[in-house]
Design a binder for this molecule. Structure first.
Ligand code: PDD
Length: 282
């Protein structure tokens, strides 16, 4: 079942209008929250970020936060999701095709879906680690907004898949890694310093990233928000990625070269284990 513009409908009948601006212009934003034990992880932070994305694009919130929260919960229940994700998308609504904004009374579109993920499979994947390849960061200048306009990310992920990797890291013109196609990127240096790029306008401020910074601090690890190059990645002891859909996922290889000893690093594995001690569950 999915929630589509006011109704819960079977997944096979969950459709939107051809003139939905999300469909025609990628004119919309989204959120993905982890669902664990039937509860939503860090919902407050995800809804804060949704609000920010909407306001940056001047899209009207489709309803109150409380109402959104109820729909997320209902969608999780209707799909019997224990461990998985809930997806929420808001578009500027349905209007006759015209690039400029539609009339102000246009109702925003809202779609919510939820599904189980393969918990055991993900744990196995994390125990093995993933391979990453790099691609030039040719995205627009505002990847800090969580828009549904994801074509560069789609192409990057496909490039990864075609090279036997699970994630692609974008590298900017200065040679610094920005982030993954759907994750934030991290390394652990030879001095055991955990490093991720600062969340300026160049990357999405991941919720998992924010919460993990708290966990890193509590674990007494050294931490630095700093851009890093591919050379620094190759010299690193460990690498990993973070996202709501995969929490902390160790990286064992980048562009065919092993990171550290070529298996998931102890810090990444430890952070994966302790991550949920620092999240909010609702
Ligand atoms: N992706 N960077 C990008 C480009 C992302 O798309 C995501 C999330 C992240 C991590 O953000 P968070 O920790 O809040 O999930 C970073 C989601 C999961 C997706 O598109 O499926």
């Amino acid at each position: 079942m999915a929630y589509v513009n006011g109704r819960y409908v079977p997944h096979s009948a969950a459709v939107v209008h051809v003139e939905d601006r999300g469909y025609q212009f990628s004119d919309g934003v989204y959120e993905v929250c982890e669902v664990r034990g039937g509860g939503v992880i860090d919902e407050r932070r995800h809804l804060d970020r949704l609000q920010r994305s909407l306001s940056e694009l001047r899209i009207r919130p489709p309803m109150s936060r409380a109402a959104l929260s109820v729909i997320m919960r209902e969608t999780i229940l209707k799909n019997r999701v224990g461990n998985g994700i809930v997806y929420l998308q808001v578009t500027r609504g349905v209007a006759r095709r015209d690039h400029a904004f539609p009339p102000p009374d246009t109702v925003p579109g809202l779609v919510v879906s939820a599904r189980n993920t393969d918990f055991v499979g993900n744990e196995k994947l994390a125990a093995a680690g993933i391979a990453v390849v790099t691609v030039p960061d040719d995205r627009w200048a505002r990847p800090d907004i969580k828009t549904i306009s994801l074509l560069p990310n789609v192409l990057a992920k496909q490039a990864a898949r075609e090279q036997g990797a699970r994630e692609a890291w974008f590298v900017d013109r200065q040679g610094y890694v920005t982030e993954g196609a759907s994750t934030n990127a991290w390394i652990v240096t030879s001095e055991d310093r955990v490093v991720t790029r600062a969340a300026d306008r160049g990357i999405l401020r991941g919720i998992t990233r924010t919460v993990l910074m708290e966990a890193i601090n509590r674990q007494g690890l050294q931490f630095e928000e700093c851009p890093f190059t591919l050379e620094e990645v190759f010299r690193a002891k460990e690498a990993f990625v973070t996202a709501a859909s995969q929490v902390v996922m160790p990286v064992f290889r980048v562009n065919g070269r092993c990171i550290g000893n070529g298996s998931p690093g102890p810090i990444a594995q430890m952070l994966r284990r302790v991550f949920h001690n620092h999240t909010e569950r609702s």
